[in-house]
Design a protein around this ligand. Structure first.
Ligand code: ADP
Length: 218
């Protein structure tokens, strides 16, 4: 285990990133900071930011860089992140966000950036089967037999398809990933901080690959 590990996990939507990040955060005992979860929490709370973000998220767009950079700057400055470290999931998503993050983390640099690599055709299949608990955010995979809504095993909340998992929104998000986010792979490779992990296969196998990479960077 790296004491004070600071990691970024990049990867296409639906690459299993969220679930792997939750598991990795327990394994390393560091907070999982997901900008998508932060925005969805703001939406549930009905804050101004949440309402604005919901419209953008449902259309598969990206929330403005300044807003996202402000949110992440504040979150990374909290004591759990400054002392323990963190797993950053969903940020940065643009070169402007990555440049700002380099500044935010100049005193405590990121140790490793992992690209969890899953091809577009596979993530399209996975996202159409993705179901999420509205209350606690636990992810499920529909096998096709289930009725539209079911009850979460963890908290008893309603498990549904995300509003932004419609085919149009998913395709828009994947296009934005190729145009806006994939250049970050070059950005971090040039800094010598990028490791690519194959995200295809059984979740336990993918998790082992992730922990092996993290351990190799101790
Ligand atoms: P996904 O499952 O598509 O990876 P996330 O849960 O990470 O999605 O994010 C959901 C939505 O929240 C994104 O489609 C986008 O609208 C918004 N969002 C999250 N993080 C960012 C970010 N760093 N910059 C801009 N928008 C963001």
């Amino acid at each position: 285990m790296i004491p004070g590990a600071r990691l970024i996990i990049l990867g296409r939507q639906g690459a299993g990133k969220g679930t792997q990040c939750v598991r990795l955060s327990r394994h390393l005992v560091v907070p999982h900071i997901s900008t998508g979860d932060m925005l969805r929490a703001a939406t549930r709370e009905g804050t101004e930011l949440g309402l604005m973000a919901k419209e953008i998220m449902d259309a598969g767009g990206l929330v403005g860089d300044d807003i996202m950079i402000g949110l992440v700057d504040e979150r990374l400055g909290r004591p759990d992140a400054t002392t323990r470290g963190y797993i950053l999931d969903g940020f940065p998503r643009t070169v402007a966000q990555a440049d700002a993050l380099d500044g935010i983390t100049s005193e405590r640099p990121i140790h490793v950036v992992i690209d969890l690599d899953v091809p577009r055709e596979i993530v399209l299949e996975r996202i159409s089967a993705r179901r999420v608990c509205r209350d606690c955010g636990t992810n499920y995979t529909a096998s096709g037999q289930e009725s539209q809504t079911w009850i979460c095993d963890v908290c008893g909340g309603d498990v549904q398809q995300r509003d932004d998992d419609t085919p149009d929104a998913v395709n828009r998000r994947l296009d934005l990933y190729e145009s806006q986010t994939s250049p970050l792979i070059e950005h971090y490779a040039a800094q010598g901080r990028l490791m690519v992990v194959n995200g295809v296969g059984r979740p336990d196998h993918v998790f082992k690959r992730l922990t092996d990479v993290v351990e190799s960077r101790r």
